[in-house]
Design a protein around this ligand. Structure first.
Ligand code: B3K
Ligand code: ZN
Length: 878
């Protein structure tokens, strides 16, 4: 096991200035010829050239046309006694794309060839200095059977194409922009394309193309529109223009993650390209827009300016997530829709990043070491990284952030740089700002893992009319980092009076940069209600002993939509955890119910926001809250308490759910805009509650209505929502509806994924859901080989259905361990992702904890376990 350390970074011994690649494409054996112009690094004269290679067969090495001696060391090809002047290096090797089940490097999917090179897939194609600080100009010749692979694509511009003997053809592509090897891509497949010519604001002409399989063309309009919108947005908001004549997106159904930003040739998981009203939900439409945006925005933040080394991954990922979040907010438009998107992003951060930061995989946004870099494409690097960028933007203001970005590009365009370079540019463009004044302290966000606890205490002195707010911070130890320095925490806040009205002049952004600090507010006539951390201005855990009255005031009146939602969640969490602790029944109080009723019936609020407020905190979120309080997590007690609260809200708000359904269930012709998406979401929640209540009380009315809705639905959001109401409500009508759904969409892989996932999220009762998941794992349509399908059942269960996964008999863990072992045999990246499911095992109560340890140990005992999965289980058991 080798550990790579950030502090060991050294510049490369040689630069590779250009690469001319020729591929003779065959599934069983592809020949690769690589002709490189190599230049010794003047700072490291006389050093050997070490080239990375993995699972490929070397056939020839020529330096300036002559054969040379070489040897292998630690998996690298080592060339010694090389010329001191620039030289030509030619390498020939073969690889076997048809046998590449890892989906990293060059592989086949659905009869075509596709690549995935980030982070270290290029070395599985040919020998190369496979590191992001080596940037070369690529020219690529593809040769393949013309019938089987009519489309031959690579990065940049098509310069030549034509016929070859024996039914083959070729294409030559040239990319003028120097790039690291991880941004290389090729596609050779039988695809069709939607094309659109555009002229941008600045008057440049471009050709945009979305390539898919023949039957999928009618599902590409939304991706194309999202791409056009992304191009316009980046130019308008950041002054960043498309620098290529042609920009292509290709969809592939076997893909380890979401999508990949290869220069000019983005390759996407079909899940984030294909969308039609009949097959995709509102959430899918939103995801397509944000992922298309994300990959497009990488063209500047990632491709034009890339990472010096993989420890700097958040340089491009944190920044690009921030950019795609802002894009989606701008697309949503009005303030209330922006707030909904912000709440969803924060919910995601807390659901996935907070547990990561509290568990064995905790690492800084800029990690210090790794065994397998693929394990560090994490919620911390992406989502917490985006929060770090967002805090910078808060500290320098919107215009200041734009100035900082401009300076970043002016300084570093065409370079491979570090997170320090980015932060420095933002600070240097904003002298005297709250960021520039404390940049070194701010950068602890890059270096220290763990979620800070922000404690807030207020006191009011009636004699002087002064309110004092004291903020203090503390960050728990994480693996390898026992002691933490204080962070710079921007706390957006304001004060409300007891009636919930904002107190003029109290809105501000406090900047806490020490262990503890106080602020005063004068001229008050009564104790105010503080609204703290508005818009979730920092990725911390706010420890604030709010009274029930304060929370009700915030829920009912705060001007900040995020904190209104947050107050509702806190009220729910307090009740749920009290029930878990007492082990007794949960009896909902009228105050809480009527506060939720007011939100549900408030004509001034958006449906989307109502749906968020009325959705209870997830079981995973509740588990983390228990762990934060130092209490062992009992997933079954949490599940029982939450189910009980859902049932009571279904009952006590029955009339209000009916109204919500009646007002929101007809949205007319399908459009995925924020208003109609919000209405569909609320209608689906209402239907879910009404069916739940109907089943509980033996009333068939709403089950029948749900079935009718399922049959009549004009779009997938309504159809799946109705089906979910039946399945999640355990209606006796669910089985037949599921069968019908399966038959309706048998040719639609992405919809069949939903069919598996829906059943994997059904609320557990007496082990029936887990039993059904095991049955589904043997369904003829189920397969671990396709990552989307594998995830639809397994990751859905482990991440979203704690009640089914965490069983007192440990059978859920044993099932998981079997599947992780199996997948590890052919796709280590997918296996190591799945292996993260029990990261938090130490926080579990008995008997879960002991069963979990046994299951992890069983995975660890597999002798030929991949390096990726080994890193995960070793850290879990450490
Ligand atoms: N940069 C890719 C992720 C690559 C993951 C490699 N294991 C997608 C993205 O973040 O845009
Ligand atoms: Zn990215």
């Amino acid at each position: 096991v080798t550990l790579t350390r950030r502090e060991d970074y050294v510049a490369p011994s040689h630069w590779i200035r250009s690469v001319d690649l020729t591929f003779e494409l065959e599934p069983a054996k592809t020949l690769v010829i690589s002709r490189m112009q190599v230049e010794p690094n003047a700072d490291r004269p006389g050093e050997p050239l070490r080239l990375d290679g993995e699972d490929i067969t070397l056939t020839r090495v020529l330096v300036n046309g002559n054969s040379v001696s070489f040897h292998f060391d630690a998996g690298q090809l080592v060339l010694e006694k090389l010329p001191a002047e620039p030289f030509a290096l030619e390498i020939r090797n073969t690889c076997a794309p048809g046998k590449n089940t890892q989906l990293s490097g060059l592989y086949t999917s659905g009869g075509g060839f596709f690549t995935q090179c980030e982070a270290q897939g290029f070395r599985r194609i040919t020998y190369f200095a496979d590191r992001p600080d080596v940037m070369a100009v690529f020219k690529v010749t593809l040769r393949a059977d013309a019938k089987l692979y009519p489309m031959l694509l690579s990065n940049g511009n098509l310069v030549e194409s034509g016929e070859l003997p024996k039914g083959r053809h070729y294409a030559v592509w040239s990319d003028p922009h120097p790039k690291p090897s991880y941004l290389f891509a090729l596609v050779a497949a039988d695809l069709v394309c939607r094309e659109q010519k555009i002229r941008t604001r600045s008057g440049q002409d471009h050709t945009l193309q979305v390539y898919v399989r023949a039957g999928d063309l009618d599902k590409t309009e939304h991706a194309m529109n999202s791409l056009i919108a992304s191009i316009a947005w980046d130019e308008a908001r950041f002054g960043l223009k498309l620098d290529l004549e042609r920009f292509m997106i290709v969809a592939v159904s076997d893909f380890n993650m979401g999508a990949m930003e290869n220069k000019g040739l983005n390759i996407f998981n079909t899940k984030f390209v294909l969308a039609s009203p009949a097959t995709a939900t509102d959430i899918d439409f939103g995801n397509v827009e944000s992922v298309v945006g994300h990959e497009y925005f990488h063209n500047w933040t990632g491709n034009r300016i890339t990472c010096r080394d993989w420890f700097q991954l958040s340089l491009k990922e944190g920044l690009t997530v921030y950019r795609d979040q802002e894009f989606s907010q701008d697309m949503a438009g009005v303030a209330s829709a922006r707030a909904v998107k912000r709440i969803e992003d924060v919910r995601q951060l807390r659901q996935s990043q907070y547990p990561e930061d509290a568990g064995p995989m905790a690492h800084p946004v800029r990690p210090d070491q790794y065994q397998a870099i693929d394990n560090f494409y994490t919620a911390t690097v992406y989502d917490k990284g985006a929060e770090v960028v967002r805090m910078m933007a808060t500290l320098v203001g919107r215009a200041g952030f734009r100035k900082g970005m401009d300076l970043y590009f002016a300084r570093h365009d065409g370079q491979a740089v570090t997170c320090d370079d980015f932060a420095q540019a933002i600070a240097d463009a904003n002298h005297g700002s709250a960021l520039a004044e404390r940049l070194d302290t701010f950068k602890h966000w890059y270096a220290q893992a763990g979620t800070p606890r922000l404690k807030a205490e207020g006191s009011f002195d009636a004699d002087t009319g002064r309110y004092t707010l004291t903020l203090s911070q503390h960050t728990p130890a994480t693996p390898g980092q026992p002691l933490k320095q204080p962070f710079v925490i921007p706390v957006a806040m304001g004060l409300l009076d007891a009636a919930g009205q904002p107190i003029t002049g109290t809105d501000r952004v406090l900047v806490l940069d020490t262990a503890s600090q106080s602020w005063t507010f004068d001229g008050l006539t009564a104790a105010p209600v503080p609204s703290l951390l508005r818009g979730f201005s920092a990725p911390v855990i706010l420890e604030w002993d709010a009274s029930e009255a304060e929370l009700f005031t915030l829920l009912g009146h705060d001007t900040d939509a995020f904190n209104r939602w947050e107050a509702g969640q806190r009220l729910a969490v307090q009740r749920l955890l009290a029930a878990v602790r007492q082990g007794g029944d949960l009896v909902l109080d009228e105050a809480f119910v009527s506060a939720l009723r007011s939100v549900l019936n408030d004509p001034a609020l958006d449906a989307a926001f109502k749906e968020l407020v009325l959705t209870l905190p997830s079981e995973g979120y509740l588990a983390e809250r228990m762990a934060e309080a130092g209490e062992p997590i009992d997933p079954q007690k949490i599940h029982a308490a939450r189910e009980s609260m859902r049932a009571q809200l279904a009952r006590s708000l029955h009339a209000d759910w009916v109204t919500a359904w009646e007002q929101n269930s007809q949205t007319g012709g399908y459009r995925p805009d924020p208003v109609s998406c919000g209405r569909r979401a609320l209608a689906n929640l209402a239907l879910n509650m009404l069916v739940l209540d109907g089943v509980a009380h033996g009333e068939p009315l709403w089950q029948g209505k749900a079935l009718q809705r399922f049959k009549d639905a004009g779009n997938m959001t309504d159809r799946l929502g109705a089906l979910a109401a039946l399945v999640h409500g355990r209606s006796s009508l669910a089985g037949a509806a599921l069968e019908r759904f399966h038959a309706m969409f048998s040719g639609e892989a992405l919809v069949i994924d939903k069919w598996f996932a829906l059943q994997a999220t059904a609320p557990e009762q007496d082990g029936q859901v887990f039993a059904q998941i095991k049955v589904l794992a043997r369904h003829p349509d189920y397969s671990l080989r396709n990552p989307n399908r594998a995830r639809s059942l397994l990751l859905t269960m482990t991440q979203l259905n704690p009640g089914a996964f965490h069983r007192a008999d440990g059978a859920g863990y044993a099932f998981w361990a079997d599947k992780v072992q199996e997948v590890d045999g052919f796709n280590p990246q997918l296996a190591s992702r799945m292996a993260r499911a029990l990261d938090r095992w130490r926080a579990l109560a008995e008997p879960f904890r002991s069963h979990a340890r046994t299951a992890i140990e069983r995975i660890a005992a597999k002798t030929d376990l991949s390096g990726d999965t080994r890193e995960i289980v070793t850290r879990a058991l450490a």
